[in-house]
Design a protein around this ligand. Structure first.
Ligand SMILES: [Zn+2]
Length: 63
């Protein structure tokens, strides 16, 4: 089960192939090589990475 590394919510919606959206804190998540990448959607629709905020351990996805 995918869990948001930001807010720990498991209320994650799938929006595309390996792309997810967290309904807890409204950030976008994507999966690459077992690592969860986090992106914030800016007001202009662009994405900025939040990965610097998390250790790789926190972002590792284990099913
Ligand atoms: Zn979240």
């Amino acid at each position: 089960m995918l869990q948001c590394p930001n807010c720990r919510s498991k209320d994650i919606g799938k929006i595309g192939i390996n792309q997810y959206y967290c309904w807890g804190c409204f950030i976008e998540l994507s999966l690459a090589d077992g690592i969860i990448k986090t992106h914030q959607v800016e007001e202009d629709g662009s994405l900025s990475s939040l990965d610097d905020l998390f250790d790789e351990d926190e972002r590792r996805y284990s099913s």
